[in-house]
Write a new protein. Structure first.
Ligand code: SAM
Length: 273
């Protein structure tokens, strides 16, 4: 039964505020599961199972499946759809309040989700900054967000740097609003992120790295030396020495830097004084 029929039978009105655009295109659902490439060792976390269209497919390939859904109005639907499967745990909670590391450590796990778009960045941060990260994430996101995440130098953003620090993102496929019900206002893309065992750049102080990145992007389209100077409260001499130590031209803009260049700036900042 498709999501529209299910919510009509159970009398549940989809909530726009919870990003409830249910995916009903069977090819897209199959493609997401195939892209996840779940091995017998992997546990699976699904964020936002909704009416269970993706969940029932995942249940057929995952040895352990944990789903986290915030809207308990969907309980009668989800529980009826998942009744044939005994190995699925449903947690009725906001994913941002769930300690995913505690659920899955020390084993490998994959996250699969048709994300609620209103909290895409917060969910990405929550999962990627977890002390036990998933080995792969397969996420339906807004196309524009997927493109920002896979960007290369010249078009980098805080989001691109943050994701690419933890893993390699790739766009697996793109979908039109007609694949969902109700139709979202935006195009969608399935993004995969294969996380790294070790960060791709050498950063002694991760907190300082992200502080420098945030400071650099803090003033859009400003030259980096001005953005870093004002956001990190440095005088012009300190700013000049950071760029000299890092071997970078302070007139560059944040969007143009590679991760290695952000790491060099971080090292230079840590050597100040
Ligand atoms: N997986 C279903 C599908 O593909 O049709 C539903 C996807 S729908 C885009 C997003 C789902 O995330 C909804 O079921 C919504 O209730 C749920 N959701 C929204 N905010 C959430 C949160 N903070 N934590 C967990 N689930 C959330």
């Amino acid at each position: 039964m498709n999501p529209k029929e299910l919510v009509e039978i159970y009398g549940v009105e989809p909530k726009k505020s919870l990003g409830q655009n249910f995916l009903h295109d069977p090819n897209a659902l199959d493609k997401i599961v195939a892209t996840a490439d779940i091995t017998p060792e992997d546990a699976v976390l699904e964020v936002g199972p909704g009416t269970g269209a993706l969940t029932t497919r995942l249940a057929q390939v995952a040895k352990r499946l944990v789903t986290v859904e915030v809207d308990d109005r969907l309980a009668p639907i989800l529980e009826s759809q998942l009744a044939p499967y005994s190995h699925i745990e449903i947690i009725w909670q906001d994913i941002l309040q769930v300690d995913v590391a505690a659920l899955f450590a020390p084993g490998p796990y994959v996250v699969v989700a048709n994300l609620p778009y209103y909290i895409t960045s917060a969910i990405l941060r929550h999962l990627l900054e977890s002390r036990h990260r998933p080995r792969r994430l397969v996420l339906m996101v807004q196309t524009e967000v997927a493109e920002r995440i896979v960007a290369k130098p010249d078009e980098m953003s805080i989001l691109a740097v943050s994701v690419q620090y933890y893993g390699k993102p790739r766009i697996a496929t793109r979908l039109k609003p007609a694949a969902f019900w109700p139709r979202p206002d935006v195009d969608s893309a399935v993004l995969t992120i294969d996380t790294f065992a070790q960060p791709p750049v050498n950063v002694a102080d991760e907190r300082l790295f992200f502080q420098v990145v945030r400071a650099g992007f803090g003033q859009k389209r400003k030259q980096l030396k001005n953005a870093l100077g004002s956001n990190l409260h440095l005088d012009s001499e300190q700013t000049a020495s950071i760029f000299e130590l890092a071997g970078l031209d302070g007139r560059r803009r944040a969007e143009t830097l590679t991760l290695a260049e952000w790491a060099a700036l971080t090292t230079a900042c840590s050597q100040l004084n």
